[in-house]
Design a binder for this molecule. Structure first.
Ligand SMILES: [Fe+2]
Ligand SMILES: [Fe+2]
Length: 149
């Protein structure tokens, strides 16, 4: 399974969009590795990178929310923690040597679904808040090319 980062997922804040695109690419890559039967080490590398990148993205997004006094911060923190947990669950499944088929299924039914719904739901609400209050000049930190695994 692979999901294209198209216009429907773009929220109009370049820093956030760039990081969302990178995260989606990593989830696509993970799904690809699992369906092509890559070995555990390759899968683990992608998964570990995704986990680290998700942490970085959520941390920066929350920091941006704090600096803009965003009312929805708490809800976002809870949602971000849930995504991190889902990624950790996958790491755990991999350590327990569950089949790639099981992991691929989990990526499709939880990670992809959750991430798309989060962008289109809570993150869109935040992007709209920035637009409505003319706060788009507030940038997410760490510009430049993201790290690759
Ligand atoms: Fe978010
Ligand atoms: Fe986000």
């Amino acid at each position: 399974m692979s999901i294209v980062f198209d216009e429907n997922l773009r929220l109009g804040h370049p820093g956030i969009d760039r990081q969302h695109q990178e995260m989606l690419e990593q989830i696509n890559k993970l799904s690809e590795k699992l369906t092509e039967g890559a070995d555990d080490i390759e899968v683990r590398d992608v998964l570990d990178f995704l986990y680290a990148y998700a942490n970085k993205h959520f941390f920066e997004e929350e920091k941006l929310m704090q600096s803009c006094n965003y009312y929805g911060l708490y809800k976002q923190q809870k949602a971000h923690a849930q995504f991190k947990q889902e990624t950790q669950d996958l790491q755990q499944m991999l350590r327990k040597k569950r089949s790639s088929l099981d992991l691929a299924h989990q990526v499709e039914t939880s990670l992809f679904k959750y991430f798309i719904e989060h962008i289109d739901g809570l993150d869109r609400e935040f992007a709209d808040y920035l637009k409505m209050n003319n706060l788009q000049a507030f940038k997410i930190t760490a510009p430049g090319a993201p790290l690759k695994p």
